[in-house]
Design a binder for this molecule. Structure first.
Ligand SMILES: Nc1ncnc2c1ncn2[C@@H]1O[C@H](COP(=O)(O)OP(=O)(O)OP(=O)(O)O)[C@@H](O)[C@H]1O
Length: 352
């Protein structure tokens, strides 16, 4: 756990970048600092590995005041990832990843073996090991940056806008990769971004900072979206926060109906749409009154596994405007209309 107690950073020119910040960053979770440009995110992050010294206040890592430990020793416990990966251009990928093990005096073969394991862990083929950073795409460089930060297996990882220099598709895959890695590694990750979508996607907890280095709100993504503390936080979250909140709500417990589920060749009178289910229980397509052809069932959601956002997506993408809930084997469980899904937003907050 990392604890900030009344930490202030005033730069020599008088700028207060962080103002009396007190918060706890839990071990083994992803905590995201998010906020507008200049709100003190990077300063906060860099105070954790003593690249920036606080003007006042105390930062503790697992109860130990970090000002008492010498910076190189401290940094061995803290991996650091920055935009563009921050790779050494004149070193090969494998040597970049092995940087810290070399510094720690590991045997070269052991350090390289570890580097190769890490390249695999971050999803890069072994054939990339001998390349130089300029021979990689932005997203691949970023993966190498993550592998390098993980090399000495530090319990803490600081990540400063690590994915902001890549296009949205690569960015999404890097985010998914980080979530996958974290499920395996359980690091204490402190992540800085100015992108609120990235923050709510990655964070177990999100700290919204205001310019001047004060906390707007420190909460789970679900709570932030459901109940922003003030207008600043609400505006920062954006106007579509209601819809985004659906991603944090489970489809478990969504009332499902079965009266529109029919066998091929039957169309109940009085219904505009019905879902034809095959002999195996899977959706065969939508039947609509007066049309002999079935329309494809464009999207289903897995009940209790997928979020209400997936359920809403299913409703929107199906020609009937009705969501199709299936079980883990893809067999139809029941249907839900859009109104029923969005009604769940008014129910008490559920967290991940
Ligand atoms: N070395 C410095 N000397 C003086 N002022 C600084 C210094 N570094 C940062 N600042 C100022 O401190 C404030 C916070 O900067 P910081 O880089 O921590 O913000 P940030 O939220 O990470 O911003 P961005 O999203 O633009 O990177 C800003 O007003 C910035 O200009």
């Amino acid at each position: 756990m990392i604890t900030f107690s009344e930490v202030t950073k005033r730069y020599p020119d008088g700028t207060v970048a962080v103002d009396e910040l007190s918060l706890e960053i839990p071990a083994g979770k992803i905590t995201v600092f998010v906020g507008p440009s200049g709100c003190g995110k990077t300063t906060t992050l860099r105070m954790i590995n003593r690249m920036v010294e606080p003007s006042s206040g105390t930062i503790r890592l697992d109860g130990e005041n970090i000002s008492a430990s010498d910076p190189p020793t401290l940094r061995r416990r803290i991996g650091y990832v920055i935009q563009h990966g921050g790779l050494f251009p004149h070193r090969t990928v494998v040597d970049n990843v092995a940087t810290v093990p070399y510094l720690l005096g590991w045997d070269r073969r052991k350090a390289r073996r570890r580097a190769m394991e890490l390249l695999d862990l971050v999803g890069l083929p072994a054939s990339f090991a001998k390349r130089y950073p300029y021979q990689l795409s932005g997203g691949q460089q970023q993966r190498v940056g993550v592998a390098r930060a993980l090399a000495a297996d530090p319990p803490v990882m600081l990540m400063d806008e690590p994915f902001s220099a890549v296009d949205p598709v690569v960015r999404k895959s890097l985010q998914e990769e980080l979530v996958r890695l974290q499920a395996e590694l359980h690091k204490t990750i402190v992540f800085v971004t100015h992108d609120i979508d990235e923050a709510v996607r990655l964070g177990d907890q999100v700290c919204v900072l205001k310019v001047g280095g004060r906390i707007g709100q420190y909460d789970t993504p679900a709570n932030l979206l459901a109940a922003p503390a003030d207008d600043f936080v609400a505006q920062f979250l954006g106007e579509d926060r209601g819809v985004r909140r659906l991603a944090f709500l489970s489809s478990d417990g969504l009332p499902l109906t079965t009266d529109r589920l029919v066998a091929a060749g039957t169309m109940p009178a009085g219904l505009e749409w019905a879902l034809v289910v095959d002999a195996d229980g899977r959706p065969a397509g939508w039947a609509t009154a007066g049309d002999p052809d079935l329309r494809p069932c464009a999207r289903t959601f897995t009940v209790g596994v997928d979020s209400l956002r997936s359920a809403l997506d299913s409703a929107i993408l199906n020609p009937s405007g009705i969501a199709v809930g299936v079980d883990a084997d893809g067999r139809v469980v029941g249907l839900a209309d859009q109104a029923e899904i969005t009604l769940r937003l008014r129910m008490p907050v559920a967290t991940r």
